[in-house]
Design a protein around this ligand. Structure first.
Ligand code: NAD
Length: 311
């Protein structure tokens, strides 16, 4: 009996144009498939499999902006899942938080290394990605592009062009240069990897009362960039998604929260949960997006914002 794929392929051969090459749907002995196997085969080993789908043992992961804040938390969760992790950041030497993270990860039996680089300079970040790949037989399986800057809060009518350009250079160009270098390497090595671009809820809604036009613009660009990358890279089996956090206290937001402490209560009042988020509350989303637990997810924007955008 001919399948839908056979029919599509024969139509394609007859000149009908299909937008993508069709590939087989994966079959896995998990969930109901496992239950049915167990029913018919008494020797079939019954065990929970969901946690195995998150395992990154033997994989190589790169996290930009990994010297602190969200990036360092992402690096730790990837290492906990078994990946060999490289954190890339602007500073020549890593922070004391990073040193503690390395000790912690080493005690877990995983590896976390630091590389200094600048994502906004294509030649620099692509050389860093190539070096990391070279240390790992060409292989990079996961990339989280988290390096970003907020830029100063200035009225849109007088926002200085050089400051607008700076925010775009890091948040937009830098994310593109990172994803581009990693995708090139994944394609070369035929790796069905996962690339996660850290956008923001500010790419979809505007943070009330905050004059962050360049930041918001850059994050919208990142969301559309991920969709475009997902379309071009899907046929190579490379997935690209965005993770869009809501308000979370890090060095970036501390620049506002520490200067105007009332801001935290204001931001907290803007979502139904009545609080801002903690860095660790993104661990599950990163684990899911980076692993085989999300193999059918690409071109999606995963919003983790305490429901900020519902209102
Ligand atoms: N904290 C939040 O509430 C929040 C919300 C939504 C999205 N985000 C996004 O999450 C990401 C991480 O932000 P964070 O809150 O951890 O901020 P952070 O300031 O703590 O971390 C950002 C990191 O990026 C690095 N960086 C900046 N420019 C760089 C460059 N040119 N090359 C390499 N590294 C560079 C910084 O040195 C820093 O370590 C950013 O993209 C940010 O826009 C943060």
């Amino acid at each position: 009996m001919s399948t839908a794929r056979d029919q599509a392929n024969s139509l394609s051969a007859s000149g009908v144009r299909f937008p993508v090459k069709l590939v087989p749907v994966p079959v896995k002995d998990v969930g109901l498939n496992a239950a049915l196997k167990a029913e018919s085969d008494p020797l079939f080993e019954v065990k929970p499999t969901i946690f195995d789908e998150f395992v990154l043992t033997g994989k190589v992961a790169v996290v930009t902006g990994g010297n602190g804040g969200l990036g360092l938390e992402f690096a730790i969760v990837l290492a906990e899942l078994g990946a060999k992790v490289y954190a890339v950041d602007l500073h020549p030497t890593p922070s004391s938080d990073f040193a503690a993270a390395v000790n912690y990860v080493n005690r877990l039996g995983s590896s976390l290394e630091y590389r200094s680089s600048d994502v906004s300079k294509q030649g620099v970040i692509s050389a860093t990605i190539l070096e990391i790949a070279a240390e790992n037989q060409g292989k990079i399986h996961v990339c989280v592009a988290a390096a970003g800057i907020l830029g100063p809060e200035i009225d849109c009518t007088v926002y200085p062009p050089e400051m607008f350009a700076k925010v775009m250079e890091v948040n937009c160009n830098g994310v593109f240069f990172t994803a581009q270098a990693v995708a090139k390497q994944m394609r070369l090595e035929k790796i069905t990897g996962s690339i996660i671009l850290i956008a923001s809820m500010s790419g979809t809604v505007v943070n009330r009362e905050m004059k962050w036009l360049p930041y918001n613009t850059s994050k919208s660009a990142v969301i559309q960039m991920a969709r475009s990358l997902a379309c071009e890279l899907g046929s190579s089996g490379i997935r690209v998604n965005t993770l869009s956090p809501g308000h979370i206290r890090t060095k970036m937001t501390a620049a506002v929260l520490d200067v105007q402490p009332a801001t935290e209560a204001f931001w907290a009042s803007l979502n139904p949960m009545g609080r801002i988020g903690a860095v660790h509350e993104l661990r599950g989303a990163i684990a899911w997006l980076s692993s085989d637990a999300s193999t059918f997810c690409t071109g999606s924007d995963i919003m983790v914002s305490g429901g900020h955008t519902i209102w």
